[in-house]
Design a protein around this ligand. Structure first.
Ligand code: AKG
Ligand code: MN
Length: 206
């Protein structure tokens, strides 16, 4: 997959989502629609996917999705009690990183890749608020494949907001979003098709 493949003409207009205490910008067609299938396939094949496990109440569980962590060598990261050492960038991840950096006007030094094999894979409620991300992180979230709902839960007033993340879309989460809201990917029995999500981040290590 060449970076030049991303350079065709397409509608790339962001929508500023109206949620209190959050700063969310959504690009429904960030990637050219005719290229998303090939990109998804390339990500599926080129990423070294891992089945991570998590210990809860003395028992070990498989995390309900496959994951991988790529980035600059110094960008190690704590995630759900796991220390993740990044794998070195591969060409497609690097090309997508550059495209997101341009859209966000921010630098990223790492990416968490999540592979949801079907609707029974998901991600529980959490905030991306680890100290190494800084107080108001800019996070670029790129999605490919099946549309899945990203549910937001306000920390104080318990309001909820549902954002379906489409194939080829980019969601920029920034400002107070991680301080004031949690988010998660709901499971669904109806969804059979796979999805890949990439969240580009900047890790500040001492
Ligand atoms: O799959 C998604 O859209 C969300 C992923 C996410 O929240 C994360 O990687 O921290
Ligand atoms: Mn997250």
């Amino acid at each position: 997959m060449q970076q030049s493949l991303f350079e065709s003409q397409y509608d790339n207009t962001p929508i500023q989502l109206d949620m209190p205490d959050a700063d969310l910008k959504y690009y429904p067609n960030f990637m050219p629609p005719e290229q998303t299938k090939a990109i998804m396939q390339s990500l599926q094949e080129s990423i070294t996917w891992r089945q991570e496990q998590i210990r809860l109440y003395g028992k070990t569980f498989d995390v309900p999705r496959l994951q991988a962590w790529y980035g600059d060598a110094q960008a190690s990261y704590q995630y759900s009690n796991l220390t993740m050492q990044p794998l070195p960038w591969n060409p497609i991840l690097l090309a997508l990183k550059h495209k997101c950096e341009e859209a966000c006007n921010s630098r990223f030094n790492s990416v968490l890749a999540n592979f949801y094999r079907h609707g029974q894979d998901g991600m529980g409620r959490h905030a991306d608020n680890e100290p190494e991300l800084g107080r108001q992180p800019v996070i670029a979230s790129l999605s490919f494949g099946a549309t899945r709902n990203l549910d937001f839960y306000h920390n104080q007033n318990k309001s909820k907001s549902r954002l379906p993340l489409a194939d080829g879309s980019l969601l920029i989460m920034q400002g107070r979003t991680q301080m004031c809201w949690q988010h998660g990917i709901a499971k669904s029995k109806k969804i059979l098709a796979p999805r890949i999500n990439l969240t580009f981040r900047y890790i500040h290590n001492k």
